[in-house]
Design a protein around this ligand. Structure first.
Ligand SMILES: Cc1ncc(COP(=O)(O)O)c(C=O)c1O
Length: 397
């Protein structure tokens, strides 16, 4: 466990820096495995059929682009409640406050500012390891960032290790959890473990914040939300930051939401008003297009079903790629050496390679991955799997 201060050290080889280096790399057989972007076999990030239908609908029917909704449209709020909180009763749904944000990143950034306003001395706990942008997004938070260990035991998250560090938290501290497809490990708590964590948060008076960037990529759109039903039963307050970047392929549209699930409606209203002020003084209003696409799909039962199938298609494809990659590693005799776990959810696989080996892969073979050894199998197609495995093998012969 350690605390970090407001000024973050400059990271080297961030995802964005590696994407830029990759673009400048002139080699034909180069390979970018850095970002969590779903690519098909042709190497493109496809636009979903449902998104195309929604966009056509908007072109034909949208009558105005001057709604000036700082928190997004009511149809978007309805859509988020339907897809992110399907296990909530209608009354419970009414009490949730949804705010459209610039992706989950925008929601997480707002959270850092909100915690400054309401609880400047509270710490925000994030997992170690975690997504590289969590701390920069929350970095201006005054109370500081602390870390809890996130490790796997028998292909499951170790809740006892999480609690071991969180026992040093103070009542009123915030804890950031990954609701599904933990980035980078791909190991999630099961429902029994989430219940243990929910009870722990209640006892320690901690406020959970969920980053929900990969809805639909662990089991399915609905099942991945079960964790919120568990926390609703156990804690008074929690917060969800969800994203439509991955599951709708709307990466560049910047569409996500921040949801407050508070029992005290006065508190909800106060947080809403403060959030509006923060939004007004930064980007003023969220872009309308992505939110309108997402709500059109989710609020239309037929499109909603079709979208669910598209997400399942991507998830199954990732499962197939993961298993093909593991078999190919096995074939070249490297599986045991560089893999810690063989069952993971989501877009990433962590390889046990040294930074030097990762540098060699980049310089010699044009294979780009994070210095931590995290690769995105969402960008790994059938042609690249043998090339990657051969290059890894050559590192160690
Ligand atoms: C854990 C996690 N949270 C959030 C995001 C970003 O989501 P968005 O594009 O909605 O800002 C990512 C994207 O890589 C992620 O891995």
């Amino acid at each position: 466990m350690q605390s970090s201060n407001i000024v973050q050290p400059q990271q080297k080889n961030t995802i964005m820096q590696l994407l830029e280096k990759y673009k400048l790399d002139g080699r034909n057989n180069k390979m970018s495995l850095t970002a969590g972007i779903y690519m098909d076999e042709t190497g493109e990030s496809p636009i979903l059929d449902t998104v195309k239908v929604a966009e056509r609908f908007l072109v034909e029917n949208q009558t105005c682009k001057a709604a000036f909704n700082m928190t997004g449209d009511v149809d978007f709020h309805r859509a988020v409640k339907k897809v992110v909180f399907p296990y909530f009763t209608e009354v419970e749904k009414k009490e949730i406050c949804v705010i459209q944000t610039l992706g989950a990143s925008g929601a997480i950034n707002l959270i850092g500012q909100l915690v400054n306003q309401y609880a400047p001395l509270s710490r925000i706990w994030v997992s170690n390891p975690t997504w590289e942008n969590h701390e920069p997004l929350l970095g201006h938070h005054l109370g500081g960032i602390c870390h809890y260990k996130y490790v796997a035991e028998n292909n499951k998250a170790s809740v006892s290790k999480i609690m071991e560090d969180l026992q040093y938290s103070k009542p009123g501290d915030y804890v950031l959890f990954h609701a599904s497809c933990h980035n980078p490990t791909g190991i999630d708590p099961d429902l029994y473990q989430w219940t243990e964590l929910a009870k722990f948060c209640k006892d320690m008076r901690l406020i959970p914040i969920f980053d929900f960037a990969y809805q639909g990529f662990a089991y399915d759109l609905e099942k991945d939300t079960e964790v919120f039903g568990i926390f609703k039963q156990n804690v008074d307050d929690f917060i969800v930051c969800n994203s439509f970047s991955k599951n709708m392929g709307l990466y560049d549209e910047r569409v996500g939401a921040l949801s407050f699930i508070f029992t005290d409606q006065e508190k909800t209203n106060s947080w809403l008003q403060t959030t509006k002020r923060l939004i007004r003084s930064s980007y003023s209003i969220p872009p309308i297009h992505g939110g309108a696409v997402a709500s059109h799909i989710i609020n239309n039962d037929l499109l909603f079903k079709q979208w669910g199938e598209e997400v399942s298609g991507m998830r199954k494809d990732l499962e197939r790629r993961r298993s093909d990659f593991f078999s190919a590693l096995d074939c070249v005799g490297m599986k045991e050496d560089i893999l810690d776990f063989d069952k993971q959810n989501g877009m990433f696989v962590c390889l046990k390679l040294t930074e030097e080996e990762i540098g060699t892969l980049r310089e010699k073979y044009g294979i780009y991955m994070l210095d931590s050894g995290r690769i995105s199998i969402a960008s790994l197609n059938s042609k690249k799997i043998p090339m990657l495995c051969e290059a890894i093998k050559k590192l160690r012969v």
